[in-house]
Design a protein around this ligand. Structure first.
Ligand code: FES
Ligand code: FE2
Length: 430
């Protein structure tokens, strides 16, 4: 009797050897970055305190004088992002300069001034202090000295970023490196509406980010949901069809089973398909979708089996592209073993009740998949905190995790941000 080969042949072009090609090490990696509170404290300062951090998209400020508020727990900050009547986007600490109360209490809205509810100081949305009750009773007081404390802010291709350094050592363009240049001009569809899923998890932020950064888990974590459409007899474990690093950032192209047909028994998926086409990630061949598919940043390997690009912007932000649209993940640490995770799945406005109902099923389907992904993370945190293992063993399809840890290490140790970025460029060839 002939034994079955342990690894069945893969009959489609796929990538193998990315780890080595990108100059990364191949040995096991330490789990200390995931379980050490000292590492976390340093990470807050060296990484979150110095990197450009994504706040959201420009469409979250849809009108003149729109604003939104966003916590960044790792920096003990709450950020107020405003857009003035002329369209300029700014960011401030949401902290009254009188005695520290929050000036904006709502998560978002539209207003050109913010009045603190404690003693009534009023700030314009460009940060200037414009009203102080009983001002004459203060001493040597000049309003100009007490505007809202600004935070460096810049916008790239519709994405709003902030930086907590008083004067950022590098510009956003320099931070984004080649990725910023190549990914510019991507046609982002349905940017005005997103299905938002948010959860607080008892796991280090990198464990959640890692969960969405590799395809090795497809068959076993998503046996009934994603595996049938992202694996096939020709590629049993869904090995990726492309992958590379972009300086401190990285992306992987996933395989799609082009022969997949929704089974008659999958009722929710069938109803969701009324909205999305043939499966949860599929799209159509409209002009916009074709423009996306033809963008040089998308499916860089040009695979005919391409289904999605998972793109991880250092440190804590993913933008994922597929023909069916795009979605994002944010991973905000709140402690070394706690994370606030936010996923946004951008969707078109429903044009009929039928469409709306289909979207509800589409959302349910997404919920199921995402729960499968995050379902492992708390158990991993418990596992590594037990001390039973001190290392993770990573295979080639997990190269984004290895690159993330490698990049973090550079930032943890580098004196300056420019040093951190160039350490990456020197040690990892592109
Ligand atoms: S704390 Fe804001 S007006 Fe006093
Ligand atoms: Fe997954």
């Amino acid at each position: 009797m002939t034994a079955m080969p342990e690894n069945p042949p893969i009959l489609v072009p796929h990538v193998s050897g990315v780890t080595k090609a990108e100059g990364l090490s191949t040995g096991p990696v330490s789990v200390e970055p995931y379980r050490s509170s000292e590492y976390y404290e340093r990470e807050c300062r060296q990484v979150f305190g110095r990197a450009w951090l994504n706040m959201g998209r420009i469409e979250q400020l849809p009108k003149a004088n729109s604003f939104f508020v966003k916590p960044v727990e790792a920096c003990k900050a709450t950020v107020l992002v405003t857009r003035d009547a002329a369209g300029t986007v700014r960011a401030f600490h949401n902290v009254c300069t009188h005695r520290g109360n929050a000036v904006a209490k709502e998560a978002c809205g539209q207003r050109n001034r913010f009045t603190c509810r404690y003693h009534g100081w009023t700030f314009r949305n460009d940060g200037d202090l414009i009203g102080v009750p009983d001002e004459a009773q203060f001493f040597d007081f000049d309003r100009k000295d007490y505007g809202l404390k600004s935070i460096a802010c810049d916008v790239w291709d519709g994405w709003i970023f902030i930086n907590f350094q008083k004067v950022p050592e590098v510009s956003l363009a320099e931070f984004l490196c080649d990725l910023g240049r190549v990914f510019t001009g991507i046609p982002y569809l349905n940017t005005h509406q997103a299905l938002v899923m948010e959860a607080r998890l008892d796991a280090n932020w990198k464990l959640i980010a890692d969960a969405f950064a590799e395809t090795y888990h497809l068959k076993t974590t998503h046996p009934q949901t994603l595996a049938p459409s992202f694996t096939s007899d020709k590629n049993r474990l869904g090995r990726p069809v492309g992958g590379r690093t972009w300086g401190i950032h990285r992306s992987v192209s996933t395989y799609g089973n082009m022969d997949y047909v929704t089974p008659a028994t999958s009722k929710v998926e069938q109803l969701a398909n009324l909205h999305s086409g043939t499966n949860v990630l599929a799209g159509d061949t409209s002009e916009e979708v074709m423009r996306l598919r033809n963008h040089p940043a998308i499916n860089p390997a040009g695979s005919e089996h391409w289904s999605a690009d998972l793109t991880w912007l250092f440190p804590n932000f993913h933008i994922d592209y597929s023909s069916g649209g795009f979605w994002t993940h944010e991973f905000w640490p709140t402690a070394y073993n706690k994370t606030r995770w936010v996923a946004r799945i951008y969707m078109p406005t429903a044009t009929s009740w039928r469409d709306r109902l289909a979207q509800e099923h589409y959302a349910a389907r997404w919920g199921e998949v995402l729960l499968e992904d995050i379902g492992n993370c708390e158990s991993i945190q418990t596992g590594i905190e037990s001390g039973a293992i001190d290392e993770f063993v990573l295979q080639d399809a997990e190269f984004m995790i290895r690159h993330s840890l490698h990049t973090l290490d550079n930032w943890m140790n580098a004196e300056t941000v420019r040093d951190a970025i160039s350490a990456n460029a020197q040690s990892v060839s592109s």
